[in-house]
Design a protein around this ligand. Sequence first.
Ligand SMILES: C[S@@+](CC[C@H](N)C(=O)[O-])C[C@H]1O[C@@H](n2cnc3c(N)ncnc32)[C@H](O)[C@@H]1O
Length: 171
Amino acid sequence: MWVWLLALVVVMFGFVVFRGAPYVPSRKRQLEVAFKELYHLDDSDVLVDIGSGDGIVLRTAAEYGAKAIGYELNPILVLITRILSRHQSNVVVYLADFWFVQLPAETTVVYVFGESRDIRKMAKKVQDESIRLEKMLSLISYGFQIPGQTPVKVVGAYFLYEFSPLQGSKA
Ligand SMILES: C[S@@+](CC[C@H](N)C(=O)[O-])C[C@H]1O[C@@H](n2cnc3c(N)ncnc32)[C@H](O)[C@@H]1O
C-alpha cells in the first residue's frame, strides 16, 4: 500500500518534466523584492502563475492585494496550495496544463519560473495572449532571460518584460 502511494507521488512529480519545469519553489524573500522593486504589485493587479507549484507565489501576491490565479499540473501541489491558501479568498488554483489554458481577461501580470528549454515558448504564449486579449501584459521571469528580447527591468534573478498587441503584430 505505502509502496504504491510512494510510487504515485514519484509519478506525479516526475511526469511533469515532459510538460514543463519540475517543482522547485520560489523563495518568499525574493518574491517580496520582485513585487516591490521589479513590478509594483497592488490590488489593481491580477497575477497568473503558470506552473504554480505549492502556491507560494500566489499567496505572496495576495498579501500585496492582488488577485492571484495559478495553473498547476501536479494534483498533489494543487491540493497543498488549496490547503495553504484556504484563508486567502483572492487565491485560486486550477489543475491544468498551462499550455492549453487561455489567460483570464483581467490578467495584468504573468509569473514564470520555468526552465531554459521552455522560456521562448512561454514568452510566445504570453505574446499571443496579449494579442487575443488586446491588452498589455507584463511578464516576470525568475531565473531565465528570454533570448532576443530586452527586459524592461532586472532585479537580481528577476527579469521584467512587457508584451503589447502592437508588438506582436509587428513581429
Ligand atoms: C519551477 S516550479 C515553479 C513553481 C512556482 N511557480 C514557484 O515559483 O514557486 C514549476 C512548476 O510548474 C509545474 N508545471 C510544469 N509543467 C506544467 C504544465 N505544462 N502545466 C502546469 N504546470 C506545470 C510543475 O509541476 C512545477 O510545480
